[in-house]
Design a protein around this ligand. Sequence first.
Ligand code: SAM
Ligand code: SF4
Length: 312
Amino acid sequence: MLDSCGREVRAMRLAVTEACDLRCRYCMPAGEPPRALAPLSRDELAAIAAAAAQCGINKIRLTGGEPLIRLDIVSICEAIGAIPGIRSLCLTTNGTRLAGLAKPLRQAGVARVNLSLDSLRAPRYAQLTRGGNLADVTAGLRAALEAGFERVKINCVLIGGVNDDEIADFVALTLAMPADVRFIELMPMGECLRWPKERFVSADKVLDTCPELAPTDTEGVARRYRLPGAKGAVGLIQPMSHAFCGDCDRIRVTADGMLKPCLHSGAELNLRGLTGRALVDRIAEGIGAKPPAHHLLDAGSETERRMNRIGG
Ligand code: SAM
Ligand code: SF4
């Protein structure tokens, strides 16, 4: 389905929880977050995915919060993977529980996995995530590579003065590993809204650090590069320095059932409690309501939700 700017909207990010077992400093505050509304049930999630398919959505990415903390995550994937019209079921995870779940998720129909990892150094990883264990994530990455997903990608949020000295180490992973490494620019929202400006660095720094990277193509919102002879590609996702709103093809649904036409807009449409035609019509309304562009650089993010409450 086309939105009012003529963009074909094909993808939905569906948050299955806003809870998480980590506390990444740019995403969530320390300690227990305030009690949230109950997340959508497996059947509500499947009904939303089926209605979205009727609106032309063919790609669903499950996210959160941390999707793998839901005990019924495999069953959710089976239900959504079986919906006619959903051609690609993907998942974004912090990887802490992926070692035990990679195979069942693959068998349940998940085609692609994105794993978020902002440091390859255990003490720094623990500091950034407030307690995460790097070994759990590397075990999850290995399991994902062995489970036979169509694609595995590592997403690294660049934080100036914090992890930008690891750019070359992340890029070097692609030499032997059949996985893409993607550098994502930190966006000023939620926890990092008032961080000093040195933390927000352009992902162009990756090209300055590794000039041997050769451009190959674009994939969705990522510009891709490759080291000579490397098994994996390097992607740059640059919402700050190279806004890509003109190519945006996605809508989002929060864990409490609110459709967000744009990540950075405050507009939300309630899906909870709707069924049948009413649900399809509301999703179509949400697609039609996509704004032409975000105003991150001038006015800042207009959403009051933190990333874990949207589904990044
Ligand atoms: N917990 C899962 C994970 O970490 O992959 C899924 C949800 S998390 C909110 C999704 C992605 O959003 C992660 O890759 C995270 O690094 C990214 N993210 C969160 N806050 C961000 C921010 N302010 N700027 C850029 N990316 C952000
Ligand atoms: Fe959790 Fe993902 Fe947010 Fe980190 S980025 S706190 S793993 S939801």
